[in-house]
Design a protein around this ligand. Structure first.
Ligand code: M6R
Length: 598
């Protein structure tokens, strides 16, 4: 998510760190900072915006040295600002840290540290770590870091320096860290692209390992302080391949990130079968919920309606933001408006939010500190990490995850019992998505059959109707193939006229109440010569086998969670079709990642 680089050696450190930060720019960031041991003092400079602005800020400051750390931030806790940018310092400015990940128990740690007299100045979870290390520092930085991380719940890729020791300490749990080994110089980074021009010899740090770097040594230890063996590996990839972690496109990388990004959305929000969201909404006082959004976010809004009504029983309506803002909608004081947006900057969604002046508002947003996130009364951040591919993938599944959490939260606050089976199933969802990703080769093989197709229909019912819409949108956006999503039963009211042997029809069909009804729809298509691609959790069904030209099987799950599973093959299919056509998947024609104009 954010980018880390640290250096210790004989060379001037500032250009190495700035160069490394520039290499990390592709990941997306909102601020950056650097801390260098210069004339025996820690000198820290931070800046909002581009790395070149940080670089300019450093000119003439006389900061030089041979040991330092630097960070590009993509906000997760606290807006994008200089004070929230890394590195963070302890009270005496003698210890500096940079951190990737999320400290789940930062609220509790903050209270303890403040009670002990520590002054915490930022809104970030990360700053807590600098103060925790300060609390335990007794002349040995490595020991203090080991003690501090024993108190941390959550994830970290952590790099620490202090004024009185010539070493860098790094530790990891759930967030990548790589050591680069040079001649009389050592590097630490979250992403090999930052150090590739200096060395190709690396060690991948494992969870709960702590590393001490001097300019000519590296010690990798476990949390008990015992040395562990670590293998030096040689990086063979080129720079472009590394930025995309070996994936051909960001979109494919982001599709594969979904098991992890969903875990980030869930992290810390379910404990002991209770939903923990950091706001006080009393659902007993809500008249109705209005959800507004655009594009893919609007599809997750439609799933949200289904979830909220089924799980909490509260009436929910969904509107395209671009329509809502212009039609004088009826909004009661005790309604709740939810704005869903990956970027938090979509002009229509922002304008729709501003229409709802008289009621409370909730944002479901990925980009921390974005306009929508700032203007709502309450918020749920997705923590999906930067989404670079124009076609939204991981933001969609994280939005659906956030909506599941919110629906369960409403039910809980209404005093109703939560479905523990559903909560348990949610904890298995990433594993199930991984099992689909493991079969990507098969989906790719099937997809090559569609590269010359001109028309697609996507059909689903109930909670999977919006998934059909999302599948069609993905195909249109990046493959430029005409595609429509419909509720399967609507087909006979018009679209059936389009079906012939040139039409490809994707059916999303899961076991359950309407299984037989969808089978009937499949029969209607087959009778007219249409080609059927079936996404299903019962591939062994004889009718499905008989009626389908292609079957993509998915694992079973509870109906409420099925969009998270069913959308994965649709994302992969659209990706593979577009790639087979040789199209620019990450930057499709005529589209922008964030639509900030009307
Ligand atoms: O940033 P937002 O979620 O507000 O963006 C909304 C749409 O512009 C966006 O989902 C768009 O439809 C994507 N390109 C879909 O892949």
């Amino acid at each position: 998510m954010c980018g880390i680089i640290g250096y210790i050696g004989n060379k001037e450190v500032v250009p190495i760190l700035i160069n490394g930060l520039k290499r990390l720019e592709y990941r997306g960031y909102d601020s950056a900072g650097i801390c260098v041991l210069s004339q025996n003092k820690l000198e820290t400079v931070k800046k909002k915006g581009q790395i070149t602005e940080l670089e300019n800020e450093l000119i003439g400051r006389g900061i030089n040295g041979t040991m330092g750390i630097a960070h590009t931030r993509w906000a997760t806790h606290g807006d994008s600002s200089v004070v929230n940018a890394h590195p963070h310092l302890d009270c005496k400015n003698k210890i500096a840290i940079i951190h990737n990940g999320i400290i789940e128990n930062y609220g509790a740690l903050k209270k303890i540290l403040e009670a002990g007299g520590h002054k915490i100045i930022s809104d970030t979870d990360s700053e807590i770590v600098a103060h925790l290390i300060e609390k335990f520092y007794n002349g040995n930085l490595e020991e203090a870091v080991i003690k501090a991380i024993k108190y941390i719940e959550g994830t970290f890729g952590l790099v620490v320096i202090c004024e009185s020791e010539e070493c860098i300490i790094a530790a990891r749990r759930g967030s990548p860290l790589i050591i680069g080994i040079g001649d009389d110089e050592m590097f630490v980074t979250s992403d090999a692209s930052a150090i590739l021009e200096y060395t190709r010899k690396v060690i991948y740090i494992k969870d709960d390992e702590i590393v001490t770097l001097t300019k000519n040594s590296y010690d990798v230890k476990n949390l008990n302080g015992n040395l562990v063996n670590s293998e030096i590996q040689e990086i063979k990839w080129n720079l472009k391949e590394i930025e995309k972690a070996g994936f051909k496109h960001f979109m494919l990388k982001e599709i594969y990130e979904q098991p992890h990004s969903i875990e980030n959305t869930l992290r810390g929000r379910i404990r002991d079968n209770k939903i923990k969201l950091s706001f006080d909404i009393d659902p007993k006082l809500i008249n109705k919920i209005i959800i507004t959004a655009c594009g893919t976010s609007w599809h997750s809004a439609l799933i949200g309606k289904y979830l909220i009504e089924k799980i909490s029983g509260i009436e929910t309506v969904v509107d395209y933001a671009s329509e809502f803002r212009y039609r004088n909608p009826i909004i009661k004081d005790n309604d709740l408006l939810i704005a869903i947006s990956q970027s938090g900057e979509t002009a229509d969604t922002l304008a729709a939010l501003r229409v709802a002046k008289n009621c409370k508002t909730l944002g479901i947003v990925n980009v921390v500190g974005s306009s929508i996130a700032r203007e709502v009364d309450f918020g749920i951040y997705l923590h999906a990490g930067p989404e670079i591919g124009v076609a939204s993938t991981k933001a969609f599944t994280c939005q659906v995850t956030a909506l599941i959490l919110f629906s369960l939260f409403l039910r809980q606050e209404l005093g109703l019992e939560l479905d523990s089976k559903l909560i348990n199933e949610l904890s298995l969802i990433s594993e199930k998505i991984n099992s689909i990703l493991d079969k990507a080769d098969k989906i790719q093989e099937i997809s090559t059959n569609f590269k010359d197709a001109k028309n697609f229909l996507y059909l689903g019912r109930g909670i999977n109707f919006p998934v059909a819409l999302e599948g069609a949108l993905k195909l249109k956006e990046i493959s430029y193939i005409h595609a429509e999503g419909y509720p399967a039963a609507e087909m006979k009211h018009g679209p059936i006229a389009l079906i012939d042997e040139n039409m490809f029809i994707v059916f999303i069909i899961n076991r359950g109440e309407i299984f037989e009804k969808v089978i009937s729809n499949m029969q209607e298509v087959r009778a007219r010569g249409g080609n059927i691609i079936t996404i299903t959790d019962c591939p062994e069904d004889e009718m499905i086998k008989k009626l389908s030209n292609f079957i993509i099987s998915v694992p079973q799950t509870q109906e409420e969670l099925s969009p998270l599973i069913n959308v994965i093959p649709l994302q992969l299919m659209s990706y593979f079709v577009a790639d087979a056509k040789g199209l620019n998947v990450d930057k499709p024609r005529n589209l922008a990642k964030s639509v900030t104009v009307e």
